[in-house]
Design a protein around this ligand. Structure first.
Ligand code: PMP
Ligand code: GLU
Length: 398
């Protein structure tokens, strides 16, 4: 007898970013020298003072169940960060710490979206947004953008996407996968639209806040018109090179924070006690490491954009944040390598992996076929070699 898998999970797409990364690890284990530009995570080690705090936490027996929404000391540290960096006033009861920004997002969606509710999502969008909405039985409404518009939605597009069934708008700036950053004025124009639709909550994914090259980050929660119905998502994964520690949070209206805590109480009991103490040290400790890593990402952005622009047929924007390049690759669709036909951007990503030995992610995973995503969160040498390989593999297509 076959075991049953629920329709809910059967209908869920697997994470393409994690799948490509897994495929690249398998090839590497089989002896192939693959450069992995698929998964997006800082290549830096977690700063020493943060690791030390985790060791200390173990020594001091922070080994029991933490409170479901997170240690009060960590939630206070997060409130301190939101005040000093973003000028926002939050109390600890508005903060719920979860297993990464990913769980924080999914928590909020499950806690606020009813079956049939529409959630507006600008596309390209990070792989998990639509799937999380699907888990909540909501309806993701894609608002397409283009490279010509630097992948940003306009107020008119937002206005026309909102219907009486819309309950949430999700926005990610700096964006994964495009690196686009909305300016304060651009956000204000979107907020002016949202101000006319008080039934719509705003879910602001600000996980790339500190990886930004414009010098100006604006939190959506800083607009008084929508502050009371905005939920901010953030965490330590990207800013402090702590992807494996799995700590993220939502900063939300109290009712949402309570609902998320109820969900988390039945579901995970909260995030690892040791990782929470490490995250506290990240927020309370020295911040120079954040700017240093951002500087390195900026240098790599310049390098990778310059090299990509030399490859015929690739159309690239200049990312203003995060650590991704999202080139348009349609010039290569329909081309051949021997018997192999590049039918779409997914086939191109597979070709680049198998023949060029560079792992990227198909733009279709982000709702935008015809593009691929490259993560430049790796060393300059790796980037130079990866771009050389991509250039050679593309040149070999006829
Ligand atoms: N949002 C976006 C846009 C991301 O790129 C990521 C990283 N994959 C997350 C959320 C989740 O981050 P975390 O690793 O903290 O779960
Ligand atoms: N932020 C990363 C990415 O988009 C992590 C992988 C994931 O969680 O999807 O590649």
């Amino acid at each position: 007898m076959e075991v049953q898998i629920s329709d809910r999970i059967k209908n869920l797409a697997a994470s393409q970013t994690l799948a490509m990364s897994q495929k690249s690890s398998e090839l590497r284990a089989a002896g192939v020298d693959v450069i992995n530009l698929s998964v997006g995570e800082p290549d830096f080690s977690t700063p020493q003072h943060i690791k030390d705090a985790a060791v200390k936490a173990i020594e001091e027996n922070f080994t029991f169940y933490p409170p479901v929404p997170g240690y009060l000391s960590l939630r206070k540290a997060i409130c301190g960060k939101l005040k000093s960096e973003n000028g926002l006033d939050y109390t600890p009861e508005q903060i719920v710490v979860g297993n990464g920004a990913k769980q924080a997002l999914c928590n909020v969606i499950l806690a606020t979206v009813n079956p049939g509710d529409e959630v507006v999502i600008p596309v390209p969008a990070w792989v998990s947004y639509f799937e999380m909405v699907k888990l909540a039985e909501g309806v993701g409404v894609a608002v397409p953008t283009s490279i010509e518009a630097d992948f940003k939605i306009t107020p008119a597009q937002l206005e026309s996407a909102i219907t009486p069934r819309t309950r949430m708008v999700m926005l990610c700036s700096p964006s994964n996968p495009t690196g686009s950053v909305y300016t304060r004025d651009e956000l204000q124009a979107l907020v002016d639209v949202l101000a006319r639709h008080p039934q719509v909550m705003v879910l602001a994914d600000e996980i790339y806040e500190h990886i930004i090259y414009t010098g100006e980050f604006t939190s959506l929660a800083s607009f008084p018109e929508i502050a009371e119905r905005t939920v901010v998502i953030n965490g330590v994964s990207k800013a402090y090179a702590m992807t494996g520690w799995r700590i993220g949070y939502c900063a939300a209206p109290v009712a949402v924070a309570k609902a998320v805590t109820k969900l988390q109480g039945q579901y995970t009991s909260g995030a690892s006690s040791i990782a929470q103490k490490a995250a506290e040290a990240a927020y309370d400790g020295p911040q120079e490491c954040v700017a240093e890593m951002c500087q390195a990402f900026r240098r790599r952005r310049d390098l990778v954009v310059e090299m990509a622009r030399q490859i015929p047929g690739l159309v690239v924007n200049e990312p203003q944040g995060a650590f991704y390049l999202f080139p348009e690759v349609s010039a290569y669709i329909g081309k051949h390598f021997g018997e192999r036909v590049i039918t779409d951007s997914g086939a191109l990503a597979m070709y680049l992996l198998e023949e060029g030995h560079v792992a990227t992610v198909d733009g279709a995973a982000f709702g935008t076929p015809g593009y691929i995503r490259l993560s430049y969160a790796t060393s300059d040498d790796n980037l130079r070699e990866a771009m050389r390989r991509i250039s050679a593999a593309l040149a070999a297509l006829k």
